[in-house]
Structure formats: structure tokens, C-alpha cells
Write a protein that binds this ligand. Structure first.
Ligand code: C2E
Ligand code: MG
Ligand code: MG
Ligand code: MG
Length: 283
């Protein structure tokens, strides 16, 4: 009985694996086509400032409206895009789309928030062409560099710190604000903070979860935000889902917050409605 069940389970698993592999192969091949056919789209998730009760910036999150599978999320295709090199044109598309949308909002009179874009390590490796691409898009769209923030995941800084220092410094000199995403989950963060022109740290959402009493999580959040404060770096806590987490953040002096408790990743129409509200309404 047990054996048979195990066997059945095994067969199902194998088929699922094969399906997954097949799906991945298809997805890899489809990325270029999806780019040509404009099947990617962005969702926008506000980051709020609890001191002013306003939206401070809007993070762009890429999605793929896949013809046969349906909506795909970054976890399903970003690493594939990185492996195939297609992250470069995809990243360019994301940046252009994000800046174009911000310009639309600015032209509508919404000028008091920035746009935030996630950038992959693979994009930064081709330093010169990345830098030129960014400059080109800023010029093309008319978005001031000061209104663009780039979120980079901490772990990537470990690979080639000198080269990354150069590109990050150049972007920062343009006026672009640099955020370290998922902070606290990488290896050694301290030198990054010391040597790079970091504007914002985003404390990883794992520090809000998976602990019954929250003592360790609170200690981590407290120490990261204290360090950031001393270094005059802003702190965002991402993944706020409930009142307890909001209370924890505020108690530790963090007022720049993001999560489903405030706003989920949303369409342009919905974000336009939120910014029209002027203040953040917590339901
Ligand atoms: P991230 O930049 O750390 O983004 C936060 C992720 O948490 C997003 O997942 C967002 O939808 C989700 N999230 C936001 N609030 C909450 C919450 O309250 N609770 C929970 N459980 N989750 C929340 P998403 O959209 O699936 O993106 C995952 C990751 O994919 C992002 O992590 C980012 O590293 C990457 N990514 C997204 N868009 C892009 C892009 O355009 N380019 C690149 N290179 N990477 C991207
Ligand atoms: Mg991010
Ligand atoms: Mg990330
Ligand atoms: Mg993150």
C-alpha cells in the first residue's frame, strides 16, 4: 500500500518535473518573442511615507502575459532571462516603460514621487552599454535622473565589487538613487554601505516572518535601521501585511513602508487613483 502510494507519487512527480522542464525550455525561447510582441507588462507598488502619509515612490514589478500559460511572475522567468542574456533587452524595456509612465504621471501634475526599478546584476556587468542605455532613456523620456531609483540585490555586490563600484558611482553621479534590495539576506553588507553611494536600504521581508515571538526579527530590524540612520541612509521595510508588522516598523523608527497592508502591486489606473486620493487610506 505504502509502496504503491510512493510509486504513484513518484510517477506524478516525474511527470511534473518533465512538464516543468519543458515549460522552462518553452519560456526561454519565448522571451524574445514576448519582447517583440509586447507581452510583458508592469505592475506598480507604492512605497509610503508614514510621516507625511503620502506615496514616496512607486516600485515597478515586471509580469509576463504569456499566450498559453497565463500571467507569469518574475520567479518564473527572471533567472532564465539572465541565463539567456535576454535580461538585457528585458531590463531596457522595463526601464523605458517605467520612465515613460512616470513622465505621464508628472505631466498630469503628480510630481512628488519617484519611480523605482529592479536591476539585475547581469545588466550591470555590461557597464558601458548599461550606462549609455540609462542615459538614453532618461533623455528620451524626459524623466529627471533624480526621480529614478534603482534597486539592486545585495548579493550581486559580492561578485566583482570594484567594477560594480564604478558603475554604481557613475549612476549615482547622474543623480539616480541607489537602493540595496532584500537587505540582510546577502553575505557581507557592511562594506557595501561604507563604500557605495547607497541612498536606501530595503530590509528583506523575511525579517517580518517565520518567528513566533518576533524577538530576533525585531533585533535585526532595529540594528539595520539604527546603522542606516547613523550612515544617513534611508530604510524601507518591505512586505508589511498586517497591523502588528506596521507597529513593529514604526516602533523601530522605520516610516518608509511597503506591502499588501498598504497597496498590492497594482495597475496604472489603480495607482493613479491612489495618488489622486492624496493621502494613504488604511482600511
Ligand atoms: P523585490 O524587488 O524584493 O520585490 C518584492 C516582492 O514582494 C514582489 O514580488 C512583490 O510583489 C512582493 N510583495 C510586495 N508586498 C508584499 C507583501 O506584503 N507580502 C508578500 N508576501 N509579498 C509582497 P514579485 O513581483 O513576484 O517580484 C519578485 C522579485 O523579482 C522582486 O523582488 C525582484 O527582485 C524581481 N523583479 C521584479 N521585477 C523585476 C524587473 O523588472 N527586473 C528584475 N531584474 N527583477 C525584477
Ligand atoms: Mg525590489
Ligand atoms: Mg529582489
Ligand atoms: Mg526585496
Amino acid at each position: 500500500m505504502v509502496k504503491r502510494r510512493y510509486k504513484n507519487h513518484y510517477v506524478v512527480y516525474k511527470e511534473e518535473m518533465q512538464q516543468m522542464i519543458q515549460q522552462q525550455i518553452n519560456i526561454g525561447g519565448d522571451i524574445q518573442q514576448a519582447l517583440n510582441e509586447e507581452d510583458f507588462f508592469l505592475e506598480y507598488q507604492p512605497i509610503v511615507d508614514m510621516r507625511t502619509n503620502r506615496i514616496k515612490s512607486v516600485e515597478t514589478l515586471v509580469r509576463w502575459d504569456h499566450a498559453t500559460i497565463g500571467t507569469l511572475y518574475p520567479v518564473q522567468f527572471i533567472s532564465l532571462a539572465e541565463k539567456t542574456g535576454l535580461i538585457v533587452p528585458l531590463g531596457e524595456w522595463v526601464l523605458r516603460e517605467a520612465c515613460t509612465q512616470l513622465k505621464k504621471w508628472q505631466d498630469q501634475g503628480f510630481t512628488d514621487f519617484n519611480i523605482t526599478v529592479n536591476v539585475s546584476t547581469f545588466q550591470l556587468q555590461k557597464m558601458e552599454s548599461f550606462y549609455e542605455m540609462v542615459q538614453k532613456i532618461l533623455k528620451e523620456t524626459g524623466v529627471p535622473a533624480e526621480n529614478l531609483e534603482m534597486e539592486i540585490t545585495e548579493t550581486i555586490f559580492m561578485e566583482n565589487i570594484e567594477a560594480l563600484f564604478v558603475i554604481v558611482e557613475k549612476l549615482s553621479d547622474l543623480g539616480i538613487k541607489i537602493s540595496i534590495d532584500d537587505f540582510g539576506t546577502g553575505y557581507s553588507s557592511m562594506s557595501v554601505l561604507k563604500y557605495l553611494p547607497v541612498h536606501t536600504i530595503k530590509i528583506d521581508q523575511s525579517f517580518l516572518r517565520n518567528e513566533s515571538d518576533g524577538v530576533k526579527n525585531r533585533a535585526v530590524i532595529k540594528s539595520i535601521s539604527g546603522l542606516a540612520k547613523d550612515l544617513r541612509i534611508k530604510t524601507v521595510i518591505e512586505g508589511i501585511e498586517n497591523e502588528e508588522q506596521l507597529a513593529l516598523a514604526l516602533k523601530e523608527g522605520c516610516h518608509l513602508l511597503q506591502g499588501h497592508y498598504f497597496f498590492p502591486p497594482s495597475s496604472v489606473e489603480d495607482v493613479t487613483a491612489y495618488i489622486n486620493e492624496k493621502t494613504i487610506l488604511i482600511t
